[in-house]
Design a protein around this ligand. Structure first.
Ligand code: SF4
Length: 290
C-alpha cells in the first residue's frame, strides 16, 4: 500500500484542495502562564512559525481574510482551513473556544479547523465541542507528543508524559476526529535508537498523520542558552544525514499514516543550529533522491 501524501489526505477529507491559514487567537499555554510552569518547553519560540498574517492583535476573521489575500492567485480553486497553531489551540474555556472556532468557520471558503494543542489540554467538554463541529466541518487535532521517553519530556520541560499523549489520542479518536502527532527528532539526550523507539511507539497509535522535524536551536530560548554553555549535546547531522535518518523513521510508520512533513525551517535570523539553509522543497528533493 502506497503512503498517501498530506495534500491528498486533506483533499480526501475536505473534498477539494485546501490551504491551511495560520490563526493566532491569543492563547497562551499552561507551560508558560504558571499553571504547570513559566519558562515553556526549552526549545519553544512561537515566532519561528507564525506568519505575518497570524497576528494576535487582529481578529480571527481578519487574520483569515489576510491569509486568503496572501494566497490569492497562487492556486486555482483553493479552499481553506483555519489553523490554530500558535501556543495551545484549546487553552481557553469551552465557551470562548466555541466562539473562536465558529468565527473561523463563518469566514467564506473556510471548510474546517486544524487545532494544534498539548495532550493535557483536551477536557471532555472541549472534545465534545470539537466532535459536534466535526459532524459538519471536519476537524483535525494535532497533538504535540515530541518523544515517547518521559526522561526526555522532563528534560525539555514538556510537563506531560507519554501516557498522557496516548490517552489524548485515544480520547480524540473515540469521537471520530482525525488526529495527528508532532514529534521532534534530535532532542537532548536522545540517541537515534531512542528516536526510532518513539517512531515505533507512535506507529501503534490510531493516528491519521504524523509530522516531525529536526530540533532547532532558536535564539531567545532556554535551549539556546544550554547549547551555548555546552550543557546539552545535540545531534550534529548534516541535512543529508538527517534525510537518511528520516527514511528510517518513516519506515517504522505504517503506510496508512500520512507523513505531513519531516523538516522545519525557522527564519535564518532566529536559527542557531543546525543551519542547513534548505527550503522545505529542497529537503524533500534530498529525501526523495536518497
Ligand atoms: S512548545 Fe507548545 S507546549 Fe511548549 S511552551 Fe511552547 S506553546 Fe507551550
Amino acid at each position: 500500500m502506497a503512503r498517501t501524501d498530506y495534500g491528498n489526505f486533506l483533499k480526501r477529507l475536505y473534498g477539494c484542495r485546501v490551504q491551511k491559514l495560520n490563526v493566532n487567537a491569543g492563547f497562551t499555554c499552561p507551560n508558560r502562564d504558571g499553571t504547570l510552569a513559566t519558562g515553556g518547553c526549552t526549545y519553544c519560540n512561537n515566532s519561528s512559525f507564525t506568519p505575518k498574517f497570524g497576528r494576535a492583535s487582529a481578529t480571527v476573521t481578519q487574520q483569515l481574510l489576510d491569509g486568503k489575500q496572501f494566497y490569492k492567485g497562487k492556486y486555482q480553486s483553493v479552499k481553506y482551513l483555519a489553523y490554530f497553531q500558535s501556543y495551545t489551540g484549546t487553552y481557553a474555556p469551552e465557551s470562548k473556544l466555541k466562539l473562536l472556532y465558529e468565527e473561523a468557520l463563518s469566514v467564506p471558503d473556510v471548510l474546517g479547523l486544524v487545532i494544534s494543542t498539548r495532550p493535557d489540554c483536551l477536557s471532555d467538554e472541549v472534545l465534545d465541542l470539537l466532535a459536534v463541529i466535526n459532524l459538519r466541518s471536519k476537524v483535525i487535532v494535532e497533538i504535540g507528543i515530541e518523544s515517547s521517553h518521559d526522561k526526555t519530556l522532563q528534560l525539555i520541560n514538556r510537563c506531560h508524559t507519554w501516557r498522557c499523549a496516548v490517552s489524548a489520542v485515544e480520547r480524540i479518536v473515540s469521537r471520530e476526529i482525525a488526529v495527528g502527532a508532532h514529534l521532534i527528532l534530535g532532542l537532548p539526550g536522545e540517541s537515534q535508537a531512542d528516536m526510532l523507539a518513539t517512531a515505533r511507539a507512535v506507529a501503534q497509535l490510531p493516528l491519521s498523520t504524523v509530522k516531525f522535524h529536526q530540533l532547532q536551536v532558536l535564539r531567545g530560548t532556554k535551549l539556546a542558552q544550554q547549547w551555548q554553555r555546552g550543557e546539552v549535546a545535540l545531534q550534529e547531522w548534516t541535512a543529508q544525514e538527517y534525510a537518511i535518518f528520516c527514511r528510517q523513521v518513516v519506515d517504522c510508520l505504517p503506510p496508512s499514516m500520512v507523513v505531513e512533513r519531516m523538516v522545519a525551517t525557522a527564519p535564518a535570523q532566529m536559527l542557531l543550529h543546525p543551519r542547513w539553509g534548505l527550503k522545505p522543497q529542497q529537503f524533500d528533493d534530498l529525501f526523495h533522491d536518497l
